[in-house]
Write a new protein. Structure first.
Length: 142
């Protein structure tokens, strides 16, 4: 498997820790970058400010409920930019709101996953992301 760079956009420390541990345990990635709000996510993806030398992620795991800019706003900007629209974006959120689901897909999310409350189910969700996005499909080259 080729090296994979995942950008995790999440503000909840517990979810960051759980996701990071799951990814490390299952050796899903070679590089993980974490940002904790929507503005930093855009700075990272657009290589601005402190992220001017950041490597383009192969996949973005994006929460909806974020400070400064919510995940749907971030998604809309990512998918409207010709330089970043090919990056797969998986919405991983506590929301199961039909409005959030519809808005995410309307803004070209590649997948929408509601975070399971149970730790084992959460790990299975992370494994599902790994299996589909990193083993089955072909990702665009940077």
């Amino acid at each position: 498997m080729k090296p994979v760079h995942i950008l995790l956009v999440e503000d909840n420390e517990g979810d960051i820790l759980l996701t990071t541990e799951a990814l490390e345990e299952f050796k899903i990635y070679n590089q993980l970058s974490v940002v904790r709000n929507g503005k930093l996510a855009l700075d990272f993806i657009q290589k601005k400010a402190e992220f001017k030398d950041a490597e383009r992620p192969d996949i973005i795991i994006l929460d909806i409920n974020l400070p400064l800019k919510n995940g749907v706003e971030v998604l809309e900007i990512i998918k409207s930019d010709s330089k970043t629209k090919s990056i797969p974006v998986v919405m991983l959120t506590t929301s199961s709101s039909e409005t959030d689901i519809v808005q995410s897909y309307a803004n070209h999310a590649n997948a929408f996953i509601t975070k399971p409350v149970d730790v084992v189910d959460f790990l299975k969700a992370i494994m599902g992301i790994e299996d589909f996005w990193l083993n089955i499909v072909q990702l665009p080259k940077n």
